[in-house]
Ligand binder design. Structure first.
Ligand SMILES: [Mg+2]
Length: 370
């Protein structure tokens, strides 16, 4: 039986942050960002994590509500049974199927706690090498092509090293023609968030002429096989995102020759252990990774910077400056240290201060283990 005081040592806090610009993908439009922040406490130390589930199950099957129930009912209690040790948690939590974003939020908080208790940065705990991370930016679908061109131009001038454009049926060839006319040399990748089908192979092949850095998850969100078929028919390198839900899936996709580069998101993969396994596989086989983004608050962003310091993350990450998303975040702003680069925080754990008063102010619900 858990004591009430023990139950307060781990909590979830749903916060809401207004976005500076709405973010539109092939799924829909977001104006405010709701996030679940995880806070764990041991002695004088506090660890922070973030669950990247959205309100609707459009990216994957998880939602904020599904994550809240999973956290309260079985993920928080397991973290307590593991005495908040991340290695124990990451190992034991794999008994629960799915719920990867919810699991990852707690995994990250426990790793932050460990880093703070041992006086080490997460990057050094993970075996990271990079001190600064090359930054790219992901631009959602805009109302008009003109407004897209303006946004590309302003991000390019800010110094981002590559631009990723969301595409969807009807927002591809003609848009990219205009983009390439205006920006013939800007490094551009596209992300379809699984919006195309087997009937679209010719259309997708016609995007080869735009000299894309990569084409991310053009087909079904859980697919590896048809991506391997598509890979033989197009020249643009295929990047996989949604369908790489574990290190084992990465290995399967590699054996099936389904991709050229990989977008890694700790939330999608269920926690730190899975990412470290994927990174060691990636290193062994020379697979180029980039770190993806899920409109994280400063907490998730700091975690991503540490993950992106691992050896296989050789490509610019979807980790942008804070001003691109929020007017007021819950951590200090992330800014370029030199154009196109963001430093990996140096302090213990995530290495950035969390403004608890802002978390409090933006909080709309708090919950504890049941
Ligand atoms: Mg993606």
């Amino acid at each position: 039986m858990l004591l009430q005081t023990d139950k307060k040592k781990i909590e979830g806090i749903i916060i809401s942050l207004p976005l500076v610009h709405p973010f539109k993908t092939s799924f829909g439009e977001e104006w405010e960002k709701k996030a679940i922040i995880i806070r764990v406490k041991k002695g004088d130390f506090v660890g922070w994590g973030e669950v990247v589930a959205s309100q609707y199950p459009l990216y994957n099957e998880e939602t904020i509500s599904s994550a809240v129930s999973a956290l309260k009912e079985f993920i928080f209690p397991l973290a307590m049974e593991c005495d908040f040790k991340p290695e124990c948690f990451d190992r034991e939590v794999s008994i629960f199927k799915g719920n990867r974003m919810a699991k990852a939020g707690v995994s990250l908080a426990l790793w932050d706690l460990k880093g703070k208790m041992e006086g080490k940065s997460l990057s050094s705990l993970y075996g990271g090498r990079r001190k600064r991370i090359p930054a790219g930016v992901s631009i959602g679908i805009q109302k008009t092509v003109d407004s897209l061109l303006k946004r590309i131009s302003s991000f390019w001038e800010e110094g981002y090293l590559r631009i990723k454009l969301k595409i969807a049926p009807g927002w591809e060839v003609q848009v990219l023609e205009k983009v390439r006319e205006t920006f013939p040399h800007v490094p551009i990748g596209v992300d379809a968030n699984s919006a195309f089908t087997l009937d679209d192979f010719d259309l997708l092949a016609s995007l080869d002429k735009f000299d894309l850095l990569f084409m991310e998850q053009p087909l079904y969100n859980d697919d590896l096989y048809f991506h391997s078929r598509l890979k033989k028919k197009i020249k643009s390198p295929i990047a996989l995102d949604e369908s790489i839900t574990s290190a084992r899936k990465l290995e399967e996709a590699f054996l099936m020759d389904s991709f050229s580069v990989i977008n890694i998101k700790v939330g999608r993969m269920g926690g730190v252990r899975e990412v470290l396994r994927a990174a060691s596989f990636g290193k062994k086989h020379g697979i180029p990774f980039f770190c993806g983004g899920m409109l994280e608050t400063g907490i998730g962003r700091a975690h991503n910077l540490h993950i992106a310091s691992l050896p296989p993350f050789v490509l610019p990450a979807d980790i942008s400056q804070t001003s691109r998303y929020y007017s007021e975040d819950i951590t200090p702003e992330f800014k370029f240290s030199s154009p196109g680069y963001i430093n990996v925080p140096r302090g213990d754990g995530i290495g950035v201060e969390v403004f608890e008063d802002r978390v409090e102010k933006k909080s709309i619900l708090r919950f504890f283990p049941e």
